[in-house]
Design a protein around this ligand. Structure first.
Ligand SMILES: *Cc1c(COP(=O)(O)O)cnc(C)c1O
Length: 336
């Protein structure tokens, strides 16, 4: 794997820290828990989209674009980080926000990531739930191009093979850190949605022939669909990297027991996981992704999925800005 063959523009702070979660390990009674802090990538409160955007934005600039167009749910972390990347590079950002969650109160369409989108001068339009949002986004980009913008469309979550290179790179960063510290990692757990993060990790570990199992905790799709999505994109990413050898479907693992009623819909385990990480480790997770990812890690520990002597790393994918759109779940004072 030789990623310098691909264009990349620096947007974040790397390598992100790798920390031990001593208190949580003790409270849960093992395995040995670590956390890879991709909430600390630095771009406009950070998160996993920064790594993907370093490759995507380089491609946009190579193609002569001056305007980034993308799409996401109303509280999209991806839209917020894309808007920040545009600011940093003197580009414009337009986004479509899908009203995928409509029952979380008045704050939801104004606070959290939407507030930050406003500060970043992202221009956005809302769409109702259930459309083919990548098709809508591409059509939106085409309209903007007719008005003279030099547009580059980034799919939801930045999840295509170019974006996934960011997580192939993260895989090699993590292995380097683990080897430097002399830690043998057995498994990596993280929240999986549009699939680019997991696909990039799977493709990266495959390219390096690294025997670390990657466990995705789905935040939306059922198990079979999520594994299919991740596998398909991991194969495309491996092709782009130029890896030899087949990337098999059984290299992808995902669980769907922690989605709850649906995308962006709270669960009790998510609320408990967020409270636990804050009080035990001083780390903020988010209600849509990393909170459910951590609920999945805790649930799997309770089911005996890991051996006590295993080293398990949780990839913190960011998203804490979204807490402010879900105040009613966490505030001690009643919020309307
Ligand atoms: C987008 C996102 C994810 C999921 O990553 P995918 O690459 O879309 O699967 C996880 N956590 C947070 C905070 C995110 O914003």
């Amino acid at each position: 794997m030789h990623l310098a063959r691909f264009g990349r523009i620096s947007l974040g702070h790397f390598p992100t820290p790798l920390e031990k979660m001593g208190n949580l390990t003790k409270t849960l009674g093992g395995p040995q828990l670590w956390i890879k802090r991709d909430d600390c990538t630095g771009l406009a409160t950070g998160g996993n989209k920064t790594r993907k955007l370093e490759f995507l934005v380089a491609d946009a600039i190579a193609k002569g674009a001056d305007t980034l167009v993308t799409q996401g749910a109303t509280q999209s972390n991806h839209v917020r980080q894309t808007a920040a990347a545009a600011c940093k590079l003197g580009m414009k950002c337009f986004a479509l926000l899908e009203r995928r969650v409509t029952n979380q109160g008045d704050q939801y369409e104004q606070a959290g990531n939407v507030l930050l989108d406003d500060l970043l001068k992202c221009e956005y339009e809302f769409r109702p739930e259930g459309l083919d949002m990548n098709a809508e986004g591409q059509a939106y980009a085409d309209q903007l191009a007719e008005k003279g913008h030099k547009t580059y469309f980034i799919p939801g979550g930045g999840s295509n093979a170019i974006g996934a290179l960011g997580y192939a790179s993260a895989a090699s960063e993590l292995v380097y850190q683990a080897d430097s510290l002399g830690i043998r990692f057995d498994k990596l757990v993280h929240a999986t949605g549009s699939a680019g993060t997991q696909a990039g990790l799977v493709a990266g570990f495959h390219a390096m022939n690294t025997p670390i199992d990657i466990v995705g905790i789905s935040v939306r799709a059922n198990k079979e669909k999520q594994i299919d999505n991740v596998h398909k994109l991991a194969v495309a990413t491996a092709d782009l990297i130029g890896t030899r050898g087949e990337l098999q479907r059984d290299m992808v693992e995902a669980f769907d027991e922690y989605v709850g009623p649906g995308y962006g819909q709270p669960t009790d385990q998510m609320v408990d996981a967020i409270s636990l990480l804050a009080s035990e480790e001083g780390i903020f997770l988010d209600p849509v992704y990393s909170g459910k990812g951590m609920a999945g890690l805790i649930g799997l520990i309770q089911k005996g999925y890991f051996r006590k002597d295993e080293n398990v790393v949780f990839l913190h994918t960011g998203g804490a800005s979204g807490l402010f759109a879900y105040q009613h779940l966490f505030s001690k004072q009643k919020v309307a």
